[in-house]
Design a protein around this ligand. Structure first.
Ligand SMILES: Cc1cc2nc3c(=O)[nH]c(=O)nc-3n(C[C@H](O)[C@H](O)[C@H](O)COP(=O)(O)OP(=O)(O)OC[C@H]3O[C@@H](n4cnc5c(N)ncnc54)[C@H](O)[C@@H]3O)c2cc1C
Length: 456
C-alpha cells in the first residue's frame, strides 16, 4: 500500500488546511507541507514512519496553546480528533487520548467525584500540558501533573508504538515526562485522579491604588500556607471586551486567585489576612464544583496571538523586586502585559515517587508574563520582556517550559533543566531519535550554546 494512503492528510492547497493548522495560538502557526489528521494511534504510527522514510521533521498539535518552534514544511500530526477519555473509578485513574482537553477529562471524571491535576484553562490539551510538567489548582498538594502519569503510549522516531511505564522502559518514561515531544508522539496516557468533587476558591480583586500594599501582604502570606492552598496573583489592564467583567474593563486590577481543598470555614480563616489588606473590588470566594475550577483563573477562552515567558523565581523573592516588576508590566507599560505570580512549593518541590525530567522544584514562585501581540511591534514586545527578565535576573532560578510561548534559544534551554538532566535528556535523545525527527516544539538536540530557531 502507498504509505500516504495509511492516514488521512491535508496539503497546503486543500480546503481545511488553514483551519487544521490554526489552533489557540494565532501568532505564527505551523506551515507544514503535510498535515496528518490522525484519528487513531495507527495513523500516528504511519505518519511518523512516512516522515522518517522521507527525512522530514515531525511536529504535533492538539489545541495549539503551546506552539513553540513551528513547522515550516515537514509533517504536522494533528491529534484534535483523538479525544477519548476513559475513567476507572475504582483505580482512580483516567486513560486520555492524544487530543483530549482538560475540560473533557474534568467532565468525565466529575460524575465519579474525581478530579485531575488540570490547569487554569479547560481548553488546554491534557497531554501537551503534562509532558511539559503541568501546574494547576491541586499542584501544591499533589505535585506536577507529570508526577502522576502511570503509563504512556508513544510512537517513537523508529515508527514503533510502545507502551512505556516505569518498569518497561525507565529511561524513556523519565525523559518523556518533561521532555515534551522530543522523544515521540504520545497517543494516550494513563494518569491518577484525586477525590475532589469540590474546592473552596475564587478571586479577590483589588484596585490599582492598593497594588503595592497587596503585593507586600501577599508575599508574606504565601510563607505561612498549607500545601492544600494554591494561590496566584495576577495584574493587568483589562481590555474592553465582553469576556471581561464590566466593572474591570479598561481598568488596571490585581486579582488573587485561590483554590483550597480543605473545609470552607478553614479556607475562610486562611484568606482572612488577604481580605484585611485593602478594600476589595470583587470577592467571589465560595465552594465550587471542580468542573468550575477554571473560573478561579478566568483565562481568555478565545484564540489570539501571544508571546510570553515563565520565570522560575527563588523563594527569597522580596517585596521591592515584586513591586518593581509589577510597575514595568502595569499601566505605564508600552503594551498590554499580563503578569502572574504563582506560589509554588509544597508537593511540587518534592521529587516524585517515580522521578521525571521536570525541572524547577527548588523555585518558590513562577512569574508568568504574557503579551498579546496582534498589531504590536516586535521591538515593543522584546523591550517589555527584556526589561522584566532583567529585573528578575538576580532571582531567576530557571524557566518553566509550559509558560514559554515562543520557543527558547539553545542558551536559554540550559535554564529549563538541571545540568545533569539536560545532559541525560540529550544522551537519550541521541539513542531514541538519532536523526532528530522530533526537532520542532522545544527541541533538545542542539549543541549547548547554539541558537535554536526561536520564534519572535
Ligand atoms: C490560556 C493558557 C493557559 C494555560 N494554563 C496552564 C496552566 O495552568 N498550567 C500549565 O502547566 N500550563 C498552562 N498552559 C501552558 C500549556 O500547558 C502548554 O502550552 C501546553 O504545551 C499546551 O498543550 P496543548 O496540547 O494544548 O498545545 P499544543 O500547541 O497543541 O501542543 C504544545 C506542545 O505540546 C506537546 N504535545 C502536544 N501533544 C503531544 C503529543 N501527543 N505527544 C507529544 N507531545 C505533544 C508538543 O511539544 C507540542 O508542541 C497554558 C497555556 C495557555 C495558552
Amino acid at each position: 500500500m502507498d504509505e500516504i494512503s495509511e492516514f488521512p492528510a491535508l496539503r497546503p492547497a486543500d480546503e481545511g488546511y488553514d483551519a487544521e493548522r490554526t489552533g489557540f495560538q494565532l501568532h505564527g502557526p505551523h506551515r507544514p507541507d503535510l498535515i496528518v489528521t490522525a484519528e487513531s494511534p495507527d495513523h500516528v504510527r504511519a505518519a511518523v514512519a512516512h516522515a522518517r522514510a522521507h527525512g522530514l521533521p515531525v511536529a504535533v498539535q492538539a489545541t495549539g496553546h503551546g506552539v513553540g518552534v513551528t513547522a515550516d514544511g515537514g509533517v504536522l500530526i494533528s491529534t484534535r480528533r483523538m479525544t477519548d477519555v476513559r475513567i476507572d473509578p475504582q483505580a482512580r485513574s483516567a486513560y486520555i487520548a492524544a487530543g483530549a482537553t482538560w475540560g473533557q477529562v474534568i467532565e468525565a471524571a466529575a460524575p465519579h467525584g474525581l478530579a485531575p491535576l488540570s490547569g487554569s484553562a479547560p481548553s488546554v490539551g491534557a497531554i501537551g500540558y503534562t509532558l511539559g510538567g503541568g501546574l494547576g489548582a491541586l499542584s501544591r498538594q499533589y505535585g506536577y501533573a507529570a508526577d502522576h502519569v502511570t503509563a504512556l503510549d508513544v510512537v517513537t522516531a523508529d515508527g514503533e508504538p510502545r507502551h512505556v511505564t516505569a518498569e518497561s522502559d525507565p529511561d524513556l518514561f523519565w525523559a518523556l515526562r518533561g521532555g515534551r515531544d522530543n522523544f515521540g508522539i504520545v497517543t494516550g496516557m494513563e494518569i491518577g485522579l484525586f477525590p475532589h468533587p469540590e474546592i473552596y476558591g475564587g478571586t479577590l480583586a483589588f484596585a490599582a491604588e492598593h497594588v503595592d500594599a497587596v503585593l507586600a501582604g501577599y508575599l508574606e502570606w504565601t510563607r505561612t500556607l498549607p500545601d492544600e492552598l494554591m494561590s496566584a496573583v495576577s495584574m493587568m489592564v483589562h481590555p474592553d471586551v465582553p469576556f471581561v467583567e464590566e466593572e474591570f474593563r479598561g481598568r488596571y486590577v490585581l486579582q488573587v486567585k485561590l483554590a483550597y481543598t480543605g473545609p470552607a470555614d478553614e479556607g475562610e480563616r486562611l484568606v482572612a489576612p488577604l481580605r484585611a489588606l485593602a478594600p476589595t473590588l470583587a470577592d467571589d470566594l465560595r465552594v465550587l464544583p471542580f468542573t468550575d475550577s477554571h473560573t478561579v483563573f478566568k483565562d481568555p477562552p478565545f484564540p489570539h496571538g501571544y508571546v510570553g515567558d515563565g520565570l522560575l523565581i527563588d523563594a527569597a523573592l522580596d517585596v521591592t523586586t515584586l513591586q518593581t516588576v509589577a510597575k514595568q508590566a502595569g499601566p505605564e507599560a508600552p503594551t498590554m502585559t499580563v503578569l502572574q505570580l504563582r506560589h509554588l512549593g509544597g508537593a511540587q518541590a518534592r521529587t516524585p515517587a517515580v522521578p521525571n525530567a521536570v525541572a524547577g522544584r527548588d523555585a518558590g514562585y513562577l512569574l508568568s508574563v504574557v503579551l498579546p501581540v496582534d498589531g504590536v511591534p516586535a521591538e515593543t514586545v522584546t523591550e517589555v520582556l527584556g526589561g522584566i527578565r532583567r529585573t528578575m535576573a538576580p532571582l531567576t532560578t530557571g524557566r518553566a517550559l509550559n509558560f514559554v510561548f515562543g520557543g527558547l534559544s539553545g542558551a536559554e534551554l540550559s535554564e529549563a533543566y538541571a545540568p545533569a538532566d539536560l545532559e541525560r535528556l540529550r544522551s537519550l535523545k541521541g539513542s531514541y531519535d538519532p536523526e532528530n525527527t522530533f526537532r520542532l516544539g522545544q527541541p533538545l538536540a542542539l549543541t549547548p550554546g547554539a541558537d535554536a530557531p526561536a520564534r519572535g
